[in-house]
Design a binder for this molecule. Sequence first.
Ligand SMILES: Cc1ncc(COP(=O)(O)O)c(C=O)c1O
Length: 428
Amino acid sequence: MYAKKISEIEKLIQKQDEWRCQCINLIASENVLSQRARAAGCSDFAHRYAEGHPGERYYRGTSYIDEIESQLKTNLKIIFECDHCEVRPISGTNANEAVFSRFVGPGDVVMVNSTPGGGHISHHRRGSLGKFTHNIIDFPVTTDGYRIDVEKAAYLIEKTRPKLIVVGKSLFLFPEPVAELAEACRHSKTLIMYDGAHVLGLIAGKRFQRPLAEGAWLMTASTHKTFFGSQRGVILSNMEEESWRKIDRGAFPGSSSNHHLDTLAQMAICAYEMMDFGDTYAEDTIRNARSLAAALDRLGFDVQGREFGYTESHQVAVNVKAQGGGEKVSRTLEANDIILNMNMLPHEPLSNHDRPDGIRLGVQEMTRFGMGEAEMGQIAELIHACIVGKKDVKEDVNRFRSQFREVRYSYDNFGERRTEPLKLMKSA
Ligand SMILES: Cc1ncc(COP(=O)(O)O)c(C=O)c1O
């Protein structure tokens, strides 16, 4: 009876596949799987459960996922130089909740980055953290808005004695001052949680900061923004055993039951790719972000963070109020197959959330498809032609993107490396 409807769904999936590989994708929280990781997604694991830990499951039939999960955990501990690794959260939010649910109670003070300052919704009153306490206060920031003001934050930490501070954010241009805050937190016995959802791949590639070595008590993250995927969450730490047991129970049974074994198996492949290609990928990504920012600046856009070199991550933030605001600009770009999101900037009131001044651009996906600095210049020109020149650039975008279809920084089925950016053919 519904066979036709199923065909319709299949067609929509196909359309999505075809469309997004013609687009310039600049959503800073997304990435693509390699061919081999993607192919691993249709396995029998998609049907299975494996509650518990490898070798100590509540279900039978888990010997192969036990081996995969064990390898993944070992590799993540190597990559992030830590003793503990929890891979069962199925998203970054789920990982955050596993921590909040065990370490934050009613009345506890927690300090976070504000929403306009880039903080993620899971750190806020209306998100996961708000389920456990309402005493959530924002970090004071420097006048540009993109950095925590360490001196003021230290004073506030001493005065309010937070249970936890959450650093790391969604609009994330520069490293957080973890070492400096750790000093202040020692006196008040405040725990430091680093949310590395956006920058996990840059940390893995050793090109951003080393939160655990700098003094963070734990790091949570999603695994699919600058890390190679699949879409999941992790918790990493060097904390003592007793506290880790609480995190363990926070992950299961606290915030998940089935931990989605198909994406777990894909993640095991992605971790190996990160071990081999993470450093060059992180370096290329950050270089590309700076190039894109500089090119947009040269074309007259109000690129944020200019006085600090624009960015040290995969992200670029632009104030497009003069061009009609983030909502309008992102829609116009989408109609031309350039996909990014509108974003509040630090100077804005919360009430601007649906009509913010800014846009956020992430170069990690296009870097993975082999684009380099020259292509960042071309992307800036396409954006300029579309938004300032009011031209229809869709065909140019599609032609440009057609040269970058293969996922690099990975192996093909014969074990050949795919690292070098493709040769650029001049686009019209
Ligand atoms: C800083 C930060 N933390 C957590 C998350 C949540 O991750 P997920 O979407 O995997 O739940 C995000 C998502 O973008 C994020 O930006």
